[in-house]
Write a protein that binds this ligand. Structure first.
Ligand SMILES: Cc1ncc(COP(=O)(O)O)c(C=O)c1O
Length: 345
């Protein structure tokens, strides 16, 4: 067993530290289904104001937040235009069709935003023969594009077309916190382009559980009903909201450290003969490198044996994610291990 383990598989692997546990233990609680939990209410109000929306709802997971938003904004049989390779499409078990009864239409997102020209091309106005495009989504940062900050000007162009055609806009902002730190723009500025936004507390902010969905008050009213239908209404959830309030206050601004460490990892990988990546595309805490020899699984196995946990996304791509529970010494260790791996080119 290696002495040091740097777990770079995801920023979801963090564990609450002592001050976060203390905040959870001291949180005042009540029955949240009755709206009586002061900590949940405070968290929802704080988040709504942070993202500049009328109201917010605490939900158990980011996937549930996205599913609720899609269901609330659409009718069964509608189409949702999404950025290619987005989390909603790749990693949410088909929930958009399973729960909301909608079809997903992927458009190119190599920049991190859905391509506005393709949004225009793929839009369907509905009618007797065709379905109706009723929702456009963004993902910021874009997980599978290596944590890219989605360019606001492209989002605005796509959003302007969507609005002219009566569509709503939802942002999967699981890591909008990271986009805010990377760009210096506020959370509210970054999601002013969308009607609703979902952000996770359980990623870079280091909470054990929880995400938040925000939008207009009537949308959040409907979201609350859907949360109950989906089995996500909770009782004394203030113990979790306590962690969320602590995280927003203490773990948000520190994300800059994760971004610096990700750049260091990327610089190392960029020098290795068996890996390829574009340093310019590393904006936040996610590093995706190509392994052209298709030995990504081998890289994962070899690194694991030496105490570096990373994630082979498929045969030719590896992903490393920095977070609160990896420090500079872990990055030193990861850099040494990666540089010494024997992988053919
Ligand atoms: C971009 C993005 N959206 C949504 C989610 C879903 O969050 P959860 O795992 O809390 O369901 C994730 C999780 O990794 C994500 O990366």
């Amino acid at each position: 067993m290696p002495k040091r383990i740097a777990d770079l598989r995801s920023d979801t692997v963090t564990r609450p530290d002592s001050p976060m546990y203390a905040a959870m233990v001291s949180a005042t609680v009540g029955d949240d289904i009755h709206g009586d939990d002061p900590s949940v209410n405070e968290l929802q109000e704080r988040f709504a104001s942070l993202v500049g929306k009328e109201a917010a709802l605490f939900v158990p997971s980011g996937s549930m937040g996205n599913s609720i938003a899609i269901t609330a904004w659409t009718r069964r049989g509608d189409e949702v235009i999404i950025p290619s390779e987005c989390h909603i499409f790749r990693y949410e078990c088909g929930s958009a069709s399973f729960l909301a009864g909608v079809e997903l239409v992927e458009v190119d997102s190599s920049t991190g935003a859905p391509d506005p020209a393709e949004v225009r091309r793929r839009y369907k106005s509905g009618g007797f023969h065709s379905s109706r495009s009723s929702l456009l989504t963004f993902e910021n940062t874009h997980n599978y594009r290596g944590g890219l900050v989605s360019p606001k000007c492209l989002q605005e162009e796509a959003a302007a077309f969507a609005r002219e055609n009566g569509m709503q806009i939802h942002m999967d902002g699981a890591r909008l916190w990271n986009a805010s730190i990377a760009t210096g723009q506020s959370m509210a500025e970054l999601c002013s382009v969308s009607d609703s936004v979902m952000c996770c507390l359980s990623k870079g902010l280091g909470c054990p559980v929880g995400s938040l969905l925000a939008g207009p008050a009537d949308f959040i009213g409907e979201a609350k009903r859907l949360r109950k239908i989906f089995g996500g209404a909770m009782r004394q959830a203030g113990v979790l909201a306590g962690a969320g309030l602590y995280a927003i206050g203490h773990n948000f601004s520190r994300l800059v450290e994760d971004h610096t460490r990700a750049k260091r990892l990327a610089a190392t990988l960029g020098e290795l003969p068996w890996a390829e990546l574009d340093l310019e595309m590393v904006h936040t805490n996610i590093v995706i490198a190509q392994v052209p020899s298709k030995q990504a699984q081998l890289v994962q196995e070899l690194a694991e044996k030496r105490g570096v946990r990373l994630f082979a996304l498929n045969d030719y791509e590896i992903r490393l994610v920095t977070h609160k529970d990896v420090d500079d010494a872990d990055i030193d260790h990861a850099v040494d291990v990666l540089a010494s791996l024997k992988v053919t080119t």
